[in-house]
Design a protein around this ligand. Structure first.
Ligand code: FAD
Length: 550
């Protein structure tokens, strides 16, 4: 089976593979409704904008009917009203750097980039309250002047926005120490599909506020009971992985319910825009570390990444990142002074503990146990550290611009496995690509057991596309059954992994997720096709004339 090519409409513009919902509302009516609610300057339905918003950073393409620009909660309410009245679905969007196709949709795409104020900063409680469209980099620049930061730091940190980070439960380079977005969200304000505003935070289930909340949103008590009824299955479905972005975090909710608390915000973190539109986010901030040490290792043997990383965990790193030899070749060994013999690079950071003792251990006993391509490079100064991180950050943009028809496609790019199985898993990934006649970029957050894996294929070549399918099948089986891992550590399920979601947690737990979605969004208006879909992973693939993977 070959991926469905994008249809071209009569005027030559690219059109969606997605089918329209029924009942169908004509464009003029849709435009009138949106403009009445928002004003003409916040609505666009021309081909250019629909084309621009038909992609995110994944290989998927879905052309929306309209793009609405929200600047306030009132704007979001107005758009939701049109969605309900005209039965047109809505996809909330921040920067659109989703790697799983979660920020595109067939109805109205709600651009939140103008909805971006910092509302207040409570220094004593260490909490900042923001609107969802604020850029992470902008927020952290504001916080830095106050000596603090929002800790999760995805590779897209200069591009992504808080609403999108909450949507995907993003993490990043330092998640080995600082966890995921969900670990830092204190509360959310959410608009549900029916327009109800919810202040989502931890609520004791025997208290008056819970009663008041379920009085307003009875579906929440139905969800609570469903989760309680399936407590055993939910707990049994857990995997020994350090993080995930694979649907609703039902296990955290079970744990909180055991303490008599419903963690309402946790329900929405990682929900990929399928349960409500977030209009405010309260985040916990942390002090900026006084001192950091960054260490760069080049290893002659790729297989030594796992054992070295395992030894480093004991020293309490704040980041452990790896890059494989193929990716080092693409970066350019000469340009970056990368040793000819290096099969792997490890970048490790420490920002706490006895840093001097750690350095002694690193340059001494630890280094002597591995075949290093050259001695470890220990960077203390900010400039040198920034240069080392730049090398790590350049992997993604370099790898996706690989020359030739075989590109580094992201369709198996975010697996996470139990950390202690990383050495075996990394070997498996290299071998998997080889067995399917290609090579792959393998890099990522080795400290969490989370790898970014991008095999090189040309999906316009029927043979290669069959190889992609076969590789994906084998990959899913191995990640889920052999390694007991999950297909997404941080990039989300989106459209690319929706067909795999039931296998991650098992049918019973998947059904609880599905009922949770149906209870809060019974008409399926919010981000249809994302998280819950039985369509194969290539169903919304960009087509035979796919653009460069981003
Ligand atoms: C170069 C590059 C590097 C990356 N590195 C990392 C990494 O290290 N770690 C990582 O976790 N991710 C990474 N990503 C993926 C991506 O950047 C993150 O998932 C990011 O958090 C998405 O933010 P965004 O602002 O682009 O959100 P979008 O892509 O616009 O949206 C993401 C999801 O959030 C939902 N959403 C957005 N706003 C709202 C709202 N107001 N209410 C409800 N739902 C909403 C959307 O519907 C969608 O489901 C990387 C991506 C790129 C391109």
């Amino acid at each position: 089976m070959f991926p469905t090519p994008r249809r071209r409409s009569e005027n030559g513009n690219k059109a969606a593979v997605m089918r329209p919902r029924m009942p169908f509302v004509d464009d003029a009516t849709l435009r009138r409704a949106l403009e009445a609610g928002l004003g003409a300057d916040k609505v666009r339905m021309d081909e250019d904008i629909r084309h621009a918003y038909s992609t995110d950073a994944s290989p998927c393409v879905v052309v929306p009917r309209a793009v609405a620009f929200a600047e306030s909660e009132a704007d979001v309410l107005a758009v939701l009203r049109s969605c309900r009245e005209l039965d047109v679905p809505l996809t909330a969007r921040a920067s659109g750097t989703s790697l799983s196709g979660a920020a595109i949709g067939p109805g109205i795409v709600l651009d939140t980039t103008r909805f971006r104020r910092i509302l207040d900063f409570d220094r004593d409680r260490g909490i900042v309250r923001v609107e969802p469209g604020i850029l992470l980099s902008e927020l952290n620049a504001y916080l830095a002047e106050r000596g603090v930061r929002f800790a999760p730091d995805p590779g897209s940190q200069d591009l992504c926005r808080i609403g999108g980070m909450v949507g995907h439960n993003a993490s990043g380079y330092r998640s080995v120490k600082y966890g995921q977005t969900k670990d830092h969200v204190v509360g959310l304000r959410v608009l549900l599909a029916d327009g109800t505003a919810l202040d989502a935070r931890d609520l004791p289930v025997d208290g008056p506020e819970w009663k008041e909340t379920v009085g307003k949103v009875p579906a929440l008590d139905q969800i609570r009971r469903d989760i309680v009824d399936h407590r055993a299955s939910i707990l049994a479905s857990r995997r020994a992985i350090r993080k995930h972005s694979c649907g609703y975090h039902l296990d955290s909710i079970v744990e909180a319910l055991d303490r008599g608390m419903f963690p309402l915000a946790s329900l929405f973190v990682g929900s990929e825009g399928t349960l409500g539109v977030i209009t405010q986010v309260a985040l916990r901030v942390l002090p900026i570390p006084a001192r950091r040490i960054t260490v760069l290792w080049f290893l002659d043997h790729f297989r030594e990444i796992g054992p070295l990383a395992a030894e480093l965990f004991a020293l309490g790193p704040s980041a452990i990142e790896s890059i494989d030899g193929n990716s080092l070749d693409l970066l350019g060994r000469g340009a970056h002074d990368i040793p000819r013999t290096a099969e792997a690079m490890l970048l490790v950071e420490f920002d706490g503990g006895d840093l001097d003792a750690i350095v002694r251990e690193i340059v001494g006993p630890l280094s002597s146990r591995y075949a290093l391509s050259r001695p470890a490079d220990v960077a203390e100064g900010a400039d040198r550290q920034a240069a080392l991180w730049k090398l790590r950050r350049s992997v993604f943009p370099t790898i996706v611009q690989r020359p030739g028809p075989r590109k580094a496609w992201g369709f198996v790019e975010d697996p996470i496995v139990p950390r202690e199985r990383m050495p075996e898993f990394i070997e498996f990934l290299g071998d998997l690509a080889r067995r399917h006649g290609t090579q792959a970029g393998i890099y990522g957050h080795v400290g969490d057991g989370n790898t970014h894996y991008r095999p090189f294929f040309d999906p316009t070549d029927p043979g290669d596309f069959e190889r992609m399918q076969a590789l994906r099948r084998e990959f899913d089986d191995a990640v889920l059954d052999r390694f007991r891992g999950a297909p997404s550590g941080e990039h989300g399920i989106g459209r690319l992994r929706a067909e795999t979601l039931p296998r991650v947690w098992g049918q019973a737990v998947y059904d609880v997720m599905r009922r949770t979605k149906d209870a809060l969004d019974p008409r399926g208006l919010l981000n249809p096709g994302v998280l819950f879909s039985s369509e194969p992973w290539w169903a919304s693939w960009g087509g035979l004339d796919s653009r460069m993977p981003m």
